[in-house]
Ligand binder design. Structure first.
Ligand code: ZN
Length: 300
């Protein structure tokens, strides 16, 4: 079934790619300027849904100029190589640190499997993209799409290769501002196993300074930006306090997560309504924070 295309503005459209039939989890954006760009692709396993969405918009795959992930975690760009194969005229724009992983996927795939376990298999194995079709985006990189530019703001923390893409006063934030669902209207942190809390907070502050109007989350959908970064920073800090407390009392990640589920309004709903990916995601976040605390304490 073809996805329903949502119109955010004259230039920005988005749809749900429903990986493994899980809806309201991963959104993909299309910028219709003179050049056509797709922001995020979702995982390899849902690339057929992505293609159906592109066709549903009345586009031919050959029309796509740029395929632009915020970062290369499998839920964001696992389907990048599949899409590049279909969109034969497109170039893909990635962070310099991601460049070698997407052109030669072995360590990307083995690292993903190590961290995600069986979820990596649900997302599916990516395909490599040849270097000739890759553009490396340093911090501050700009590209004209015709009427407006898209700009790269490096926003590490969630991942060292994370980019927030700015288009006019709107930003495609990937996972740098956590996740957000419109029905719950709260943001929660999302961190992988190797998380840098200090950089994550710095990245949120950098984005806050831009006075953005809209944020486009991958998980999930467009959100007015007013007051969001302040609230998000507070939520990240609060989680870290609770995880630190749990760490000092030698609690397991599951116990800490259960405490968070009890005290953070809305978190339980994300947990119960978003299937296996989301459940694993919250536990992974607690573990990513625990790993950060361990590394910090080891430094002394
Ligand atoms: Zn993600």
């Amino acid at each position: 079934m073809a996805p329903i295309i949502n119109k955010h503005s004259n230039n920005i459209f988005w749809f749900d790619i429903c990986p493994n039939n899980e809806s309201n989890f991963i959104s993909v954006y299309v910028i219709m300027d003179k050049k056509i760009s797709i922001i995020e692709t979702g995982p390899a396993s849902s690339h057929n849904n992505l293609l159906a969405g592109i066709k549903q918009m009345g586009l031919n795959p050959e029309d796509v100029d740029y395929i632009i992930p915020t970062h290369i975690h499998l839920d964001h760009f696992g389907g990048g190589g599949h899409l590049m194969e279909i969109c034969e005229n497109a170039k893909s724009i990635v962070h310099p640190n991601a460049y070698k992983h997407v052109s030669s996927i072995d360590s990307w795939w083995s690292g993903s499997r190590e961290f995600l376990g069986s979820i990596a298999d649900l997302y599916g194995k990516p395909k490599p993209i040849s270097k000739e079709r890759l553009i490396s985006a340093e911090n501050g990189f700009e590209l004209s799409l015709g009427h407006h530019k898209i700009k790269a703001l490096h926003t590490p923390g969630h991942a060292p290769h994370h980019i927030t893409w700015i288009y006019e006063m709107e930003a495609f934030v990937g996972d740098s501002a956590g996740l957000w669902y419109s029905d719950i209207d709260r943001s929660f942190p999302v961190t992988p196993g190797y998380y840098r809390h200090d950089l994550a907070l710095e990245s949120i502050e950098k984005m806050e300074k831009l006075n953005l109007e809209y944020l486009h989350y991958t998980h999930f959908g467009p959100r007015p930006a007013d007051g969001v970064f302040r609230e998000t920073k507070r939520e990240f800090e609060l989680w870290m306090e609770i995880v630190k407390q749990g760490y000092s009392e030698d609690k397991s990640s599951k116990t800490i997560l259960n405490e968070l589920l009890e005290i953070r309004p809305g978190l339980q709903e994300t947990h119960s309504s978003h299937g296996p990916h989301q459940t694993e995601t919250h536990l992974g976040t607690v573990e990513g924070m625990l790993n950060w605390i361990r590394r910090e304490y080891a430094k002394g």
